[in-house]
Ligand binder design. Structure first.
Ligand code: SAT
Ligand code: MN
Length: 608
């Protein structure tokens, strides 16, 4: 770790000219007390976590229960992504619409420059060189986050490959990088006592897609502040991918091996807090099947020389939703956390220095809630915030596939889309072809969750689970999906499926047990790919015949299975006008292929 005295030139930290210049400019604007170049060393982890403990941001957890791990409680106003304050500032407004907030980039820079002026006073400015994806990738995707938050430094160390080796490679190549500027927006007056979670009521999470630049102000929360994640690896990367002919998607990556030893790689997109991490770390309940993890949130996919789509996980850690995670729902996440070196945010703290959240085993008789209040099982308020998170190194995952670290990535056999829907959407549907699969993704709908600020449980359309993450015009994004399907032979493209683990019966109970049992659905998908499983054709695509789905040993009645797989034409007829209304939003930018798909669906439903 290099500490520059306030007056020392920042160039002392790097021979990368453009980076040195940018760091100097930011330091001049934000006036921190000191500048620290983050190198990723073990000593630095110790220093930063010690500083966070001293500041009251972190509580060090019991070493035997949670080795080298910490619990943080945020300001109660800073607990999730703030979509209303998130902007795509393209030069032309139409290039960000119709789903994103937009402002003219110069106007936005004017506002933010004022906010950033002096915003790091009394604080340390950290410079974090990072790479999303592998350092040895053919085109390594560099970024540098400047932040005044130690919490961000500690979390970025877990979530991305960072530090000295990254900076060395950037210097060697004098490489392009995404400048990602972050401030919590809470300057300190001389002698002023800091608060445990500094932040500002004014928040801006801003992307300049043409300049490949990110400015984030006022929030310390994950998706708003760890700028390598949603801001870079999805919003900026999606714009880059659009220009360059590849895909940056909100998808987990999973390896599934059949009892015959044949492996398939599957990517799956679900909106935030819909069980993506649980599926990524699935423990199959059917004999002989093995699942391994490659990633739980983001997939970058490019065509290989063989015409297949290859996926890499650009991240290096998991930033998972804690509530509901336990030995039954996600034993592999629990084992990953057991490895230590983790940060828990907005979970409850037990009296013996452990963490607890709703749904975890061993409910304590007393704990400190995420808000710092006394909590007992009788409390009416939850112990952990519904969007509380664990941040933990991917390398500790016991079922991590060896290929996760392969810069070339893995060839994808199937893409799954899914959301939370109480009705209408069957357990699994297979698309007829790529364009139909794109239609499924484009019309993906889900009930909102606590991952974003706002009301939960409202059905919203969330194309490819990317609604909050598309860094350019969403109509162009759908067009890009259609184009990708034309770049390779249909037989080489991944097959596309739409799944819904959340369908309910008339009494409100779940029709499908979910979690490890979802391996039964994956088995059907793999068998479809290999041409050995039956399906029946319906107006919405192919769904399993009841016999084709392996339900051996499941405590479900034939009626329940039939209900989970049912295509109810009344429900679907009600869906059509909603989809049509959704498509109207895109105006001329809607690819004609998708309107054709909707017309075809309408006709097919009319025929049945
Ligand atoms: O807050 S994050 O964007 O990092 C997590 C999520 O919403 O998926
Ligand atoms: Mn996510």
């Amino acid at each position: 770790m290099t500490i520059n005295a306030p007056t020392a030139p920042a160039q002392a930290g790097t021979s990368h000219d453009a980076l040195a210049k940018w760091v100097d400019e930011v330091a001049e604007l934000t006036t921190p007390d000191r500048v620290i170049w983050v190198d990723g060393s073990p000593e630095e982890w110790r220093d930063v976590t010690d500083a966070l403990v001293n500041a009251g941001t972190f509580t060090r957890l019991d070493e035997t229960k949670q080795p080298d791990s910490f619990r943080a409680a945020s300001d109660p106003s800073d607990v999730a992504r703030v979509e209303a304050c998130t902007y795509i500032c393209s030069r032309e407004e139409k290039d960000s619409g119709p789903t994103n907030n937009w402002m003219d980039p110069d106007e936005m820079k004017g506002i933010l420059t004022q906010l950033f002026r002096g915003s790091m006073a009394g604080r340390t400015m950290y410079v974090i060189p990072f790479v999303m994806g592998h350092l040895d990738a053919e085109h390594p995707m560099f970024g540098v986050e400047i932040t005044d938050s130690e919490y961000v430094v500690a979390s970025m160390r877990i979530m991305a490959r960072i530090g000295a080796p990254v900076l060395a490679k950037m210097e060697e190549l004098q490489a392009d990088f995404v400048p990602a500027l972050h401030s919590v927006g809470a300057p300190l007056q001389p002698g002023e006592q800091d608060v445990p979670w500094p932040c500002n009521d004014t928040k801006y999470i801003v992307h300049f897609p043409e300049e490949r630049m990110i400015w984030s102000y006022g929030s310390g929360y994950g998706g708003n502040a760890l700028l390598g994640k949603k801001c870079y690896a999805l919003r900026i990367a999606s714009a880059v991918a659009h220009d360059e002919g590849w895909m940056a998607e909100h998808m987990l990556i999973l390896k599934l091996t059949s009892p015959q030893g044949k492996a398939h790689y599957i990517a799956a997109a679900f909106p935030s807090a819909c069980g993506k991490t649980n599926l990524a770390m699935l423990q199959p309940t059917i004999p002989g099947w093995k699942a391994e993890t490659l990633g739980d949130d983001i997939a970058w996919m490019r065509f290989g020389k063989d015409g297949r789509l290859y996926a890499v996980n650009p991240e290096y850690g998991f930033f998972g939703v804690a509530p509901g995670t336990n030995q039954r729902t996600n034993p592999n996440a629990m084992a990953t956390l057991k490895g230590g070196h983790s940060i828990y945010t907005n979970v409850a703290l037990t009296d013996d220095g452990d963490v607890w959240w709703e749904g975890l085993e061993n409910e304590p008789a007393h704990a400190t809630s995420w808000k710092g209040a006394d909590w007992t099982p009788d409390s009416t308020e939850p112990a952990a915030h519904p969007n509380s998170r664990y941040c933990t190194p991917i390398t500790q995952c016991p079922i991590l596939a060896d290929e996760y670290d392969d810069p070339q990535g893995v060839p994808i056999s199937a893409i799954l889309f899914g959301g939370r829907r109480k009705t209408t959407i069957p357990l699994v549907t297979e698309a007829r072809d790529w364009a139909h699969g794109t239609f499924m993704g484009a019309t993906l709908s889900s009930e909102t969750t606590a991952a974003a600020v706002g009301k939960t449980g409202i059905v919203r359309r969330d194309p490819m689970a990317m609604l909050p993450f598309i860094g350019y015009n969403a109509g162009d994004y759908l067009g890009h999906w259609i184009d990708i399907g034309k770049q390779s032979d249909a037989s080489l493209l991944p097959r596309i499926y739409y799944v819904n683990w959340f369908r309910r019966d008339d009494d409100g109970g779940f029709l499908w047990p979910g979690f490890g049992e979802n391996s039964r659905v994956l088995k059907w998908i793999v068998e479809r790919i290999e041409g050995t499983a039956d399906a029946r054709e319906t107006p919405i695509g192919h769904v399993p015949t009841p016999e084709a789905l392996d339900v051996d040993g499941l405590d479900l009645t034939t009626e329940q299975i039939a209900e989970a797989l049912a295509v109810n034409s009344k429900e679907w007829q009600a869906e059509i006008p909603q989809i049509q209304e959704w498509f109207t939003k895109f105006g001329d930018q809607l690819p004609t292929e998708l309107q054709v798909e909707l017309d075809t669906l309408t006709t097919r439903l009319g025929d049945c």
